[in-house]
Ligand binder design. Structure first.
Ligand code: ZN
Length: 522
């Protein structure tokens, strides 16, 4: 049977054209997540009626499309193929950027929004444009909100995507799941107004401003004389302000008491002043473009040394004085937050410093502490959840790619073996972009492993990191790319299942309350 006759048969079987939205919503609430016939599945979360037209997303043989279905002819702004079958009129619309614009126009819940009023947000980078559905299935079980379309320029370059495409993919998956509670989209680690504009043009409400290039970390190593020389070059009014405002002053709050020596105050000024001025410029730009509907994250995590409490306090006070609407701030924490593996360092020392960072955040508008490279840091999650009081942004990205590769290892061992060998080849190049310390020599030789032993690579830190950072090479590899996407669609249940489970584990360890338990309370 063709896709279309399977589709019309399913519609007939479930009487979908006769149903009102409330009845469709009951199907969504009670399950199943999809209804199937032959090689076709309709995602029940995507069943919507608008002006007597039924909308849904369906997949047939690895190809997902949006379907508009009605018992008579209808007008539509979607571009696609018109078909009729047994008196039913169908428009089969590919999941393109153009069609995503029309989707967002008709269904406002598919437009990303500011989440500045939400306590807990989870950044779910999806390099493939296929993972957001599973992220939603996990996050909607908890009292938290998802930031789905989250990519950095580096990721866009490695994956050959652009911001508009990233938002389009997420919009369709939000529609597929029927998730109406609000989701964010994050132009991640942006450094210039031009890059910020391209994220804003794509409709992204969250901007993670990476201040790395306007910071002067070298100031931390200056001797007294150099500090003095450089400070003397700064504008008089700024110098007078710093001397009066910081030198010899003590600031205390929840779990912190910080005083500034002359050297400390001067070091902070030299390190951060330019960056603070730039942050204020960016904030004004965001406000001009989006009113109050934006989420600005200030990121200073990609520096060489941990953010000292005094520096965090200095940055925060100065942002506050400039009226910058800080929604979240990402310090660099003590210890090592490497990709795809657990926290490396002394958890107790982490907890002590983390308490101080949280106290500083509470003193100035209670912005969210943002934890980057946040996936898989299971040892320290209980501290992160507790000390932030869940006012938290946890940013993850590569771990979802890794679960996609995991799904391949389980379902298509031959393809996984090819990817693993290729990853070894791409590793030296990938190391130039990512800081990790994996020792690959301890890994078992893949030729000695049976197919059902391949998944052990996802329990071993070095192979997790190997597969994590080589996504750029793998996704561009002509022998891998097509087969990989086809296999993921074919084994979507396994892919979604692994991802959902992995995210639920994260959210449970953060001790986020379950939604059901919230509702069940009298
Ligand atoms: Zn970061």
């Amino acid at each position: 049977m063709s896709a279309i006759s399977d589709l019309t048969a399913l519609i007939g079987e479930y009487n979908l054209l006769e149903k009102k939205q409330a009845e469709l919503d009951r199907i969504k609430a009670e399950g199943p997540r999809d209804i199937r016939r032959g090689a076709l599945r309709i995602y029940t979360g995507s069943l919507y009626v608008l002006d007597n037209v039924l909308y849904c997303i369906a997949m047939k043989e690895g190809l997902k499309q949006l379907y508009l279905i009605a018992s008579g002819p209808f007008e539509s702004g979607f571009e696609g193929k018109r078909l009729t079958e047994g008196g039913i009129h169908i428009l089969q619309a590919p999941l393109t950027k153009e069609n995503s614009r029309e989707l967002r126009r008709l269904f406002p819940f598919t437009v990303p929004v500011s989440l500045r009023n939400q306590r807990t947000t989870i950044g779910c980078g999806d390099r493939l444009g296929m993972a957001s559905a599973a992220h939603l299935r996990a996050i909607r079980q908890f009292d938290a909100y998802p930031v789905l379309a989250q990519q950095s320029i580096r990721e866009l370059n490695f994956t050959g995507r652009d911001f508009e495409g990233v938002v389009a993919d997420a919009s369709f998956l939000v529609f597929q799941e029927g998730y109406e509670e609000g989701w964010g989209a994050d132009g991640d680690h942006l450094k210039t107004i031009a890059d910020i504009d391209s994220a804003l043009d794509a409709g992204m409400p969250m901007i993670t401003l990476d201040l790395t290039e306007v910071l002067h970390p070298e100031a931390a190593g200056f001797d007294e004389q150099t500090l003095e020389d450089r400070f003397s070059l700064i504008d008089d009014t700024i110098r007078e302000y710093i001397l009066a405002e910081y030198v010899g002053k003590k600031f205390s709050g929840d779990h912190y008491a910080i005083s500034f020596s002359y050297a400390e105050a001067v070091t902070c000024t030299l390190m951060y002043w330019d960056a603070l001025e730039f942050a204020a410029e960016v904030d004004a730009h965001l406000r001009a473009r989006r009113g109050d509907a934006y989420d600005l994250e200030i990121s200073i995590d990609e520096t060489t040394s941990p953010t000292l409490p005094a520096h965090h306090l200095f940055i925060t006070r100065e942002l506050h004085r400039r009226n910058v609407a800080v929604n979240s701030l990402a310090p660099r924490f003590i210890g090592d937050f490497q990709k795809a593996v657990d926290y490396i360092g002394d958890p107790e020392e982490f907890e002590q410093q983390f308490i101080v960072h949280c106290g500083i955040a509470r003193s100035f508008g209670a912005y969210k502490i943002s934890v980057h490279s946040g996936s898989d840091k299971f040892t320290v999650y209980p501290y992160i959840g507790r000390h932030t009081g869940r006012r938290l942004h946890l940013k993850t990205a590569g771990t979802s790619w890794l679960e996609a590769v995991h799904a391949i290892a389980r379902t298509d061992p031959q393809l996984f073996r090819l990817m693993y060998r290729k990853a070894l080849g791409y590793f030296p190049e990938a190391l130039k972009s990512y800081h990790i310390t994996a020792d690959l020599s301890v890994l078992p030789d893949i030729d000695t492993l049976q197919n059902d032993e391949l998944e052990q690579y996802f329990d071993l830190a070095p192979s997790r990191q190997l597969l994590h950072i080589t996504y750029g090479g793998l996704l561009k590899d002509p022998e891998v790319r097509g087969r990989f996407f086809t296999a993921l669609n074919e084994h979507e249940d396994v892919h979604y299942g692994l991802l959902e489970k992995h995210f639920v584990k994260h959210l449970e360890l953060l001790r986020l309350p379950r939604r059901n338990s919230v509702r069940e309370q009298p």
